[in-house]
Design a protein around this ligand. Structure first.
Ligand code: DI6
Ligand code: FE
Length: 398
């Protein structure tokens, strides 16, 4: 069979079922897609334009970072200093800092400025083998600025060799001009912002922040009903700081994912299991906020909920741009196993984006997105702190 490129002599972690380890593996690509991934011994004869000998290196699917807020103006290093001096995240937010300070900087910044700053952060993630990246809006908080942020997210996927999935997070925080009226702001999100975003084709999904300091389950339900009307799948920031029933709400709407979940209870986890909603864990925010309440890992295991892991890259609670470091945190803080960690940034992360048909495992028909590693065993991807053993990153067969 004719194909474009063959990688041979590799050890594969296909993630097709469990880690799907193959000792002497071969991958063949054609037109940017995988046409074969499996044992070299079982492969038909491929006539390839280029053959790469991998010298026993490991190949995993290109990594998927399924939850980021990576497009924003300015940064919050000064608030970090205030926190070090004793102020809490809450106090800073109430004093006009927090998400609203990033909103001001994001509204002020030009599209090119936002693009240039986000590009450097995305490139850092790419150096860890990331080939698919989700990017949320939510620092614009009005129609024009939300659309500007989402256009920047789309442009990142045009100027960089990786796949970008965009999410409209209009219900992230209350902007000052809403003068405390959350219901009126939610009406604006549903009646003005989301229709404009959907009409322009700028969002692949819709997210919301369901939290006592953000929006109630009733307000989020309104956002989700509107999203349904536009045919957009939903996901939710749920149970990060308090137990509000966000997990059940996400399940009720068949959400792709429920994210954070530190304070989720068993009923919530059961609901996620029944709905097939992925639990996205964000150890970077847990670390940076010095949280002590861990997500209920044992309940997620008991009920068979797929676990994904993501950087949550954002200026306020997770200024993190390494997915491998995120894995080390997931293992160290949450006691996830190496297998759970690696599935969490491949197969399960792809599922959390509704993209499992295209990415997340090494299987024929999927995009040929590969991470080729200079490692002796997969555990090295989780074990190291601040070192990337990436040999090469392949996106769409190149
Ligand atoms: N949860 C978070 O941790 C971030 N957004 C969200 O919904 C916080 C973002 C920020 O503080 O800028
Ligand atoms: Fe987040």
């Amino acid at each position: 069979m004719k194909c474009d490129r063959v990688w041979r002599g590799a050890r594969l972690a296909t993630m097709a079922s469990g880690l799907g380890l193959i000792d002497k593996g071969l991958i063949a690509s054609k037109d940017g897609r995988i046409v074969y991934a499996g044992a070299e011994a079982d492969a038909t004869a491929f006539e390839a334009a280029e053959t790469v000998d991998c010298d026993g290196r490991w190949i995993t699917p290109g990594l998927v970072d399924c939850h980021t807020h990576i497009v924003y103006g300015g940064n919050r290093a000064h608030e970090f200093e205030l926190r070090l001096a004793g102020a809490s995240y809450d106090e800073i937010a109430r004093a006009g800092g927090g998400i609203v300070s990033t909103m001001r900087a994001t509204r002020k910044a030009s599209e090119d400025t936002l693009l240039a700053s986000a590009k450097r952060r995305v490139e850092a993630l790419m150096r860890d083998g990331v080939t698919t990246l989700e990017i949320k809006s939510g620092y614009g908080l009005d129609t024009d600025s939300e659309m500007k942020s989402l256009r920047v997210a789309r442009r990142l996927g045009e100027v960089l060799p990786l796949s970008v999935v965009t999410t409209f997070l209009g219900a992230h925080a209350l902007p000052p001009e809403a003068k405390g009226d959350k219901d009126a702001f939610i009406a604006d999100v549903c009646d003005c912002q989301m229709p404009a975003v959907a009409k322009a084709g700028l969002a692949d999904a819709v997210d919301a922040f369901c939290e006592s300091i953000a929006f109630s389950p009733e307000q989020v339900a309104r956002v989700f009903e509107t999203a349904r009307g536009f045919g957009l799948p939903v996901k939710l920031h749920a149970e990060q700081l308090t137990t509000l029933g966000g997990a059940q709400l996400a399940a009720r709407f068949g959400a792709l994912s429920a994210d954070h979940l530190e304070h989720a209870d068993e009923a919530g986890i059961q609901a996620l299991a029944q709905a097939g909603t992925v639990a996205v864990l964000l150890p970077g925010a847990f670390y940076f906020l010095r949280e002590t309440q861990k997500p209920p890992i044992d309940l997620l295991r008991k009920h068979g909920v797929a676990i994904a892991i993501s950087s949550d890259s954002n200026p306020g609670t997770s200024p993190l741009t390494s997915l491998l470091l995120t894995l080390n945190m997931a293992a160290t803080f949450f006691r996830l196993t190496v297998d759970e960690c690696l599935l969490g940034v491949t197969r399960h992360a792809a599922k959390a984006l509704g993209r499992l048909d295209r990415v997340g495992s090494l299987e024929a028909g999927k995009s040929c997105d590969l991470a080729i590693w200079d490692i002796e065993r997969p555990a090295e991807l989780v074990y190291r702190i601040g070192f990337t053993p990436l040999h090469q990153r392949i996106w769409k067969g190149r």
